[in-house]
Write a protein that binds this ligand. Structure first.
Ligand code: PLP
Length: 397
């Protein structure tokens, strides 16, 4: 008999972590795997941010802090939300946690009752579904194959009496799509008709954006301010995935509940990482422009390469560092060894085992027969990876 709680049947290992683990295992066996599956920038944390952390260590900022984050960090977050998003918050409306992942987890834990529904446009970031399910909620997945975007009509068709959440994520993981001002306005119009629906705006890729301008829904429709929870963090923009700092801003009753929950689980996020996050939010942002330029040139390179592979179709994304590529043109074809590619899982397995490239199957993000490619890696690795993928497609018969 298992000692595990029944609720663990609702959670699976994050598929992106699973792919990365498998690639690591193969690497340890001596295979030269090209990993295009990673969800973090390959750049280092900028020096001025590291210095802020070192200074904090030297000043002895090594003790517990307030559970919901230091006042100084919360003030830096409030200034950021005003500066970048024109949203005003007070200290009691902000909570800092160990990454955007933890604040989302806490948010759902303090708000979801069994049977509550959360509308999740697919493809989606893998953790939303498991988090909602874990607390007895019902993920209502909306397949958005057309441009990978939720439309007002699709949203309207999914709202019920039990809808508690709509989860928006722009720029999006895994597709890189960015919602425009008008698209958010259209979604907001529908939400105004349903005052009981709350909104998560997962803005973690806000600063990794190319030709579009970034908007978050509460900025586009101020009438939604009271029921929107903005989630963001320092992981992606500042290349600080390992530091584990994320934050949430919204209505103070919910934020207070999150802080209470955190007081009984992790307590405050790491004190040194909080100091580093202040350095990031208040510091020089000029490096972002350079890094975005590099990401954009990699994106263009990979899009062009993959669109030359027979059977693949790669749309051009406007943000984040992922491509969501259709492999529908390959279904039914056979490998040299006689295995038939029936779906994206078969294709990703074939790429990894026969051609040493690790990518994530679309089904992990709720839309099958696509693959997610991360271009947050060196140009050299991208060239090897793309060439191997092209070869893999060409020799299918
Ligand atoms: N939201 C999305 C859409 C993500 O892709 C990720 C990380 O991959 C997160 C949230 C979590 O980020 P953090 O490192 O701050 O926990």
């Amino acid at each position: 008999m298992s000692d595990l709680a029944e609720r663990m049947s609702l959670v699976k290992l994050s598929p992106t972590i699973a792919v990365t683990d498998k690639a690591r295992r193969l690497k340890n066996e001596g295979k030269k795997i090209c990993v295009l599956a990673t969800g973090e920038p390959d750049f280092d944390t900028p020096d001025h941010i590291k210095k802020a952390a070192i200074q904090a260590i030297n000043e002895g900022k090594t003790k517990y802090t307030a559970v919901d984050g230091t006042r100084e960090l919360k003030e830096a977050i409030i200034s950021k939300l005003k500066r970048d998003n024109n949203l005003e918050y007070t200290l009691s409306q902000v909570c800092v946690g160990a990454g955007a992942k933890q604040v989302l987890f806490n948010l759902f834990m303090v708000t979801i009752n069994p049977g509550d529904e959360a509308i999740i446009p697919a493809p989606y970031w893998v953790s939303y579904v498991d988090m909602v399910s874990l607390f007895g909620g019902l993920p209502v997945v909306v397949e958005c194959e057309q441009n990978f975007k939720l439309t007002p009509e699709l949203l309207k068709s999914k709202v019920t009496e039990r809808t508690k959440w709509l989860i928006l994520n722009s720029p999006n993981n895994p597709t890189g799509v960015v919602y425009t001002y008008d698209e958010l306005k259209g979604i907001a119009q529908v939400l105004l008709e349903y005052p009981r629906v709350n909104i998560v705006a997962d803005d973690i890729y806000e600063h990794i954006i190319y030709d579009e301008k970034f908007f978050t829904i509460a900025q586009v429709e101020p009438k939604l301010y009271d029921r929107t929870f903005v989630v963001n963090g320092v992981s992606k923009a500042y290349a600080m995935t390992g530091w584990r700092i994320g934050y949430i801003a919204g209505r103070s009753d919910v934020i207070k509940a999150i802080s209470t929950l955190q007081s009984q689980s992790t307590s405050n996020p790491n004190s040194i990482a909080q100091a580093a996050a202040i350095g990031a939010l208040n510091g020089d942002h000029s490096f972002l422009k350079e890094r975005t330029k590099i990401f954009k040139s990699r994106r263009d390179f990979v899009v062009e390469k993959l669109n030359s592979a027979p059977g693949l179709l790669a749309p051009i994304p406007q943000g984040a560092f992922y491509l969501f590529v259709s492999c529908k043109g390959l279904l039914g074809r056979s490998t040299k060894g006689g295995r038939v590619i029936d779906n994206d899982l078969d294709f990703t397995e074939y790429l990894l085992e026969d051609h040493l490239v690790a990518v994530v199957p679309g089904i992990a993000f709720g839309l099958k027969n696509f693959i997610r490619i991360s271009y947050a890696t060196s140009q050299e690795q991208l060239e090897i990876g793309c060439n191997n993928i092209i070869k893999a497609c060409k020799i299918l018969s």
